[in-house]
Write a protein that binds this ligand. Structure first.
Ligand SMILES: Nc1ncnc2c1ncn2[C@@H]1O[C@H](COP(=O)(O)OP(=O)(O)O)[C@@H](O)[C@H]1O
Ligand SMILES: [Mg+2]
Length: 257
């Protein structure tokens, strides 16, 4: 495994009487893509929210770059370089690509002592970032509302990489995208990982997990039911982990019978 970026230790989460997570432990390496799989209600989204600061864990510990990490809000996670890229998008649709890229981080230059936005410099920087990632957008000056879902997602991921993001979380990122856009999205994820960034992707599409992930982690009823390098497993084996069928044949449950 690569150098650990985030380590989860015995993460638990209760919602009233519901135990959504019952002690989840695994880690994510730098530059590693982990696919999180599991049935509806298994606890995947809850786990990702805890990592990003959307929920606080009831107990357990996280280590980020070797130090104890706890985010009470998504803003706290973001400040550490940990962010969720949502399918329902955090871009401002009524401004252009360049403005979205630089939102809150604009480059200014001084003219007669007055700071003004250096639009040309910003445009060059965005164009360079997108070119490196192989993202093609017809115009950087078009309002984001005119771009497709796939293009918007690519811009968000590019922005994340550009500003030094370290761990990106994607919850069903391609659910609303077509085949070609999904293919590009998967390529983009590999590009993101190649920059040393950790990626956690929740997907229910087995093929996507096998295409993009270095490791597959299966969550079942709030616990880790499998954690395997992708090249050492098969879709059938993963399905058995998801359904719990694997336990019936070989696991501790079978031993008790
Ligand atoms: N905000 C919440 N309040 C109460 N229960 C929740 C909340 N979020 C999730 N749950 C419950 O926690 C369990 C895990 O949900 P979730 O993490 O969304 O699963 P998944 O993403 O794997 O489908 C489910 O039983 C769900 O109903
Ligand atoms: Mg979910």
């Amino acid at each position: 495994m690569t150098e650990p970026l985030l380590v989860l230790e015995d993460i638990r989460k209760n919602f009233g009487a519901i135990e959504a997570l019952k002690g989840v432990s695994f880690s994510i390496g730098k530059g590693e893509v982990v696919a999180l799989l599991g049935d509806n209600g298994a606890g995947k989204s809850t786990l990702v929210k805890i990592i990003a600061g959307g929920h606080e864990a009831s107990s357990g510990r996280m280590l980020f770059e070797g130090r104890e990490y706890r985010a009470k809000t998504p803003a706290e996670g973001k400040a550490m370089g940990i962010e969720t890229v949502y399918q329902d998008l955090s871009l401002c649709t009524n401004v252009d690509v360049v403005s979205n890229f630089f939102m809150g981080r604009e480059i200014t230059r001084r003219v007669l002592g007055i700071p003004i936005l250096d639009e040309k410099a910003m445009e060059r920087e965005v164009a360079k970032a997108l070119a490196e990632a192989g993202t093609r957008i017809p115009s950087l000056r078009v309002n984001v509302e005119h771009l497709s879902g796939g293009q918007r997602q690519a811009i968000e991921l590019n922005r994340f990489v550009h500003w030094g993001g370290k761990l990106v979380l994607l919850d069903e990122p391609f659910a609303a995208l077509g085949v070609e856009q999904t293919r590009r999205g998967l390529e983009m994820i590999r590009h993101v990982a190649s920059q040393g960034i950790g990626v956690v992707i929740i997907t229910h599409i087995m093929q996507q997990a096998f295409q993009v992930a270095d490791r597959i982690v299966v969550i079942r009823q709030g616990v880790v039911a499998g954690d395997v390098p992708t090249h050492q497993t098969t879709p059938d084996a993963v399905i058995r982990m998801i359904t719990g069928e694997a336990l019936a044949g070989t696991g501790p449950a079978a031993a008790k019978r």
